[in-house]
Write a protein that binds this ligand. Structure first.
Ligand SMILES: [Ca+2]
Ligand SMILES: [Ca+2]
Length: 172
């Protein structure tokens, strides 16, 4: 029984591997910086939940920017994609959110509290979208004419809005 069952399993594994390999070959925004691998969804947008899921399907995690060194690595990586040469701004989901407790932001990828004070001016503001929706998920934002304020800084946005996003691998 086990012997006959093995063949279909092998076929499925090969099929999955082939698909993963095809996905990897399609990437033009996949790179390694300071020992972390990054992926930037430059061609499509998802809501925060879908972005989390998408990163996991690639064996990666939604981005965490826990200190100035990680911010520098992300800026270096994004520079390498060429995206900011052709776009004036960049808005990308990170894993930070205050879904669990309003006003208390955590990196859902690592479980750590957000202690790096890299928020844009007046953020996070939990802006009220409608009766049921405030802002509970955070993006990394850049605006070429924003000066120091939108310089790869953080902003809470509505989790259901669709933005580009960045995935990363975690260091051991
Ligand atoms: Ca909030
Ligand atoms: Ca906000």
């Amino acid at each position: 029984m086990a012997r006959f069952g093995l063949l279909p399993v092998c076929a499925i594994v090969l099929c999955v591997l082939a698909q993963l390999s095809a996905q990897a070959n399609d990437d033009n925004t996949f790179a390694v910086f300071r020992q972390k691998r990054y992926y930037f969804s430059d061609s499509f947008k998802l809501n925060w939940f879908k972005a989390m899921e998408y990163c996991r399907t690639r064996g990666m995690f939604l981005l965490s920017v826990r200190n100035p060194q990680e911010r520098e690595a992300v800026i270096e990586y994004l520079g390498s994609t060429g995206y900011t040469k052709t776009h004036k701004g960049l808005w990308a989901w990170m894993s930070a959110n205050d879904l669990g407790e309003e006003g208390e932001f955590y990196w859902s990828t690592t479980g750590e509290r957000v202690t790096y004070p890299n928020w844009s001016e007046t953020e996070p503001n939990d802006f009220k979208i409608d009766d049921c929706t405030n802002e509970d998920c955070a993006i990394l934002e850049y605006w070429s004419e924003g000066g120091a304020n939108y310089n790869y800084t953080f902003n809470d946005r509505s989790c259901m809005r669709e933005f580009h996003f960045i995935c990363e691998t975690l260091l051991d």
